[in-house]
Ligand binder design. Structure first.
Ligand code: AP5
Length: 237
């Protein structure tokens, strides 16, 4: 499908097929930034497992209490906890036409379980956007990140500062520095990515589901590239 016809037909194609769109890449690659934009454009729910855990921590639930110490150390939360949370979420009616995953799956066991879940819920095909970025950029992106407390809007004090320091442009709420965005925890998160998540690149490539995305240019250019890929998504490459 040509990108020029994308506006309505691109939305229709993705929704008709009930696509599971997955953003795969290291911490700071821009998964959350791009997932918010894709979800808005294609009218699909944005499912961030990191945001789900942070929400549970804020509400002091059992799940949040279990996940908190691991997140503070930069380790992955165990698969059984993540999978229960994800399956509950994608069984919700708003996921019937597809969804955009940001930060899931992150282990081979999660990827295999997702395949089973998608079969069980009769979701259409999976498309994995592999966000490729020079590791040297990641520390600056993550230490400079600020997040809106209420709406999750993402800023960066170096590259995308808010108009008013510490305040979200979109909804006026306070911007926070994520507790795991310190240099030492970022180091642990990058190691977890290398050891546990990077193998998913080969896993999805072998299945013909991987679409590489150059995640180094400015965010708007990355979005354009992703839209071009998604508007041709009937035959994932
Ligand atoms: P999670 O919240 O998923 O964090 P992450 O994967 O470490 O990813 P980030 O949110 O840090 O980065 P991002 O790629 O989304 O980048 P962003 O768009 O914000 O996970 C947190 C923790 O939860 C994990 O450590 C783990 O403990 C647990 N967890 C979550 N899911 C799990 C799972 N499935 N299994 C087990 N445990 C799980 O961008 C970063 C910064 O860069 C921003 O400031 C942004 O403005 C800037 N930026 C973005 N794009 C660009 C660009 N193109 N150019 C310049 N700057 C850019």
């Amino acid at each position: 499908m040509a990108a020029a016809t994308a506006d309505q037909s691109g939305v229709a194609t993705l929704q008709r097929q009930g696509h599971a769109v997955i953003l795969l890449g290291p911490p700071g690659a821009g998964k959350g930034t791009q997932a918010q934009r894709i979800a808005r454009r294609y009218r699909l729910p944005h499912l961030s497992t990191g945001d789900m855990f942070r929400d549970n921590i804020r509400r002091d639930t059992d799940l949040g209490r279990k996940a908190k110490p691991m997140m503070e150390r930069g380790e992955l939360v165990p698969d059984d906890i993540v999978l229960g949370m994800v399956e509950d979420r994608i069984a919700q009616p708003d996921c019937q036409k597809g969804f955009v995953f940001d930060g899931f799956p992150r282990t081979l066991a999660q990827a295999e379980a997702l395949e089973r879940i998608c079969r069980r819920h009769r979701f259409g095909s999976t498309l994995v956007l592999h966000m490729v970025v020079d590791p040297e950029l990641l520390m600056r992106r993550l230490t400079g990140r600020r997040i809106c407390e209420d709406g999750g809007h993402i800023y960066n004090i170096y590259d995308r500062p808010p108009k008013q320091v510490g305040i979200c442009d979109e909804d006026g709420s306070k911007l926070i520095h994520r507790p795991d965005d310190t240099e030492s925890v970022i180091g642990e998160r990058l190691l977890a990515y290398d050891h546990q998540t990077r193998p998913l690149v080969d896993y999805y490539r072998a299945r013909g589901l991987l679409a590489p995305v150059d995640a180094m240019p400015a965010a708007d250019a990355v979005t354009k590239n992703i839209i071009r890929i998604l508007d041709g998504a009937e035959t994932p490459r």
